[in-house]
Design a protein around this ligand. Structure first.
Ligand code: PBG
Length: 335
């Protein structure tokens, strides 16, 4: 039946009717807030250091990270995702698996202060290597160095175990080496952490939208780029294949990253895997919204809630977003 018997506007006539038939919900309990935890020397002894391209997000001392975690928990946010900014870096990124590394310390401190808040830890070497790549380098002959996939696996697995030992609720490998989910699972199981879930950054694209993060974490590659290991933004079928491989290797959850330009893949990965899917609403996506809102070009609150709702609609169960605290607050006071 068509018009005039059918009138789509009937169910849009009031807030209650719209609420009755709303297909997608957004809850603070589906949100994860990323935090940049810094060794004192990396932020000149300060408690917080603003990140110029990400208004509202700071580089944090250990104590400030605990305070942020408390605030997030009080707002009902599900968890925090920790990124470390060490004072010193080396060729192999050994700070990543240091038992007293900044993320290990922050994990212990947050779990002690706010036990119910989930602590997710990024597993990657790029914040800890002096060359800024996500794995260790190998130089063959006279050519430029390349990132050595297989040699990196052991270091990533070691990093995941040290984070699990510190109390991480979920470890999240983001390096895009082949086979890393399997390597991490095997090492975790062997070390007594068979209950620790893996959230795999399965479809992680080589993206312009990571710019502000790299400034915040000081993790821009010193030479070349990440296109040799992160995915080509043009490839959707390959993203599904990456996710299915990670499922085979033992991933408990899979991620699509960035989020806004990749809604089709959030949907496709959800359909193909049936696993819980996370979307990472990355730093550049946050920066665009904040800049446009500051200029008065868009209304921040409605734009953010629309964006986060669209990610849920695409199929994301979990959303990692720098807007998490704001969104949780807005959701609690919705009209
Ligand atoms: C580490 C990592 C990055 C991000 C998350 N984990 C940076 C990168 O791959 O260059 C980006 C997150 C963001 O932009 O918010 N490999």
């Amino acid at each position: 039946m068509g018009f005039p018997q059918t009138r789509m506007r009937r169910l849009r006539a009031s807030a209650s009717l719209r609420g009755l038939v709303r297909e997608t919900d957004l809850r603070a309990g589906a949100l994860v807030l990323p935090l940049f935890v810094c060794e004192a020397a990396a932020i000149h002894g300060a408690e917080r250091e603003p990140i110029a391209t990400m208004p509202g997000i700071d580089r944090l001392s250990l104590a400030a990270a605990v305070a942020e975690a408390r605030e997030a928990a009080a707002l009902g946010v599900a968890g925090v995702m920790l990124f470390g900014v060490p004072a010193e870096k080396d060729a192999s990124g050994s700070g990543a698996w240091d038992e007293d590394g900044i993320v290990q310390l922050a994990t212990r401190a947050i779990k002690q202060a706010v036990p119910d808040l989930l602590v997710l830890t990024d597993v990657c070497l790029c914040e800890y290597t002096d060359h800024g790549h996500c794995g260790v380098l190998r130089t063959d002959g006279a050519g430029a160095p390349t990132v050595d996939n297989d040699a990196s696996l052991e270091l990533l697995a070691r990093t995941a175990v040290s984070l699990a030992r510190a109390g991480a609720d979920i470890v999240a490998p983001s390096d895009m080496m082949d086979g890393r989910v399997g390597a991490v699972r095997e090492e975790l199981d062997g070390e007594g952490f068979s209950e620790t879930p893996i959230l795999a950054y399965s479809a992680k694209f080589s993206s312009a939208f990571y710019g502000p993060f790299r400034e915040a974490a000081g993790s821009a590659p010193a030479f070349g780029d990440r296109r040799g290991y992160q995915m080509d933004p043009a490839n959707g079928r390959e993203a599904v294949r990456e996710a299915l491989l990670d499922v085979q290797e033992g991933a408990d959850m899979v991620m699509v990253k960035p989020a806004l330009a990749y809604g089709d893949l959030i949907h496709a990965v959800k359909q193909a895997t049936g696993l819980p899917v996370a979307a990472y609403n990355v730093s550049g996506e946050y920066a665009m919204v904040k800049a446009a809102a500051a200029a008065g070009y868009i209304d921040e609150r409605s734009a953010v809630l629309e964006i986060l709702t669209s990610l849920r609609r695409a199929g994301a169960d979990t959303i990692v977003t720098y807007h998490a605290k704001d969104a949780a607050q807005w959701l609690a006071h919705q009209t």
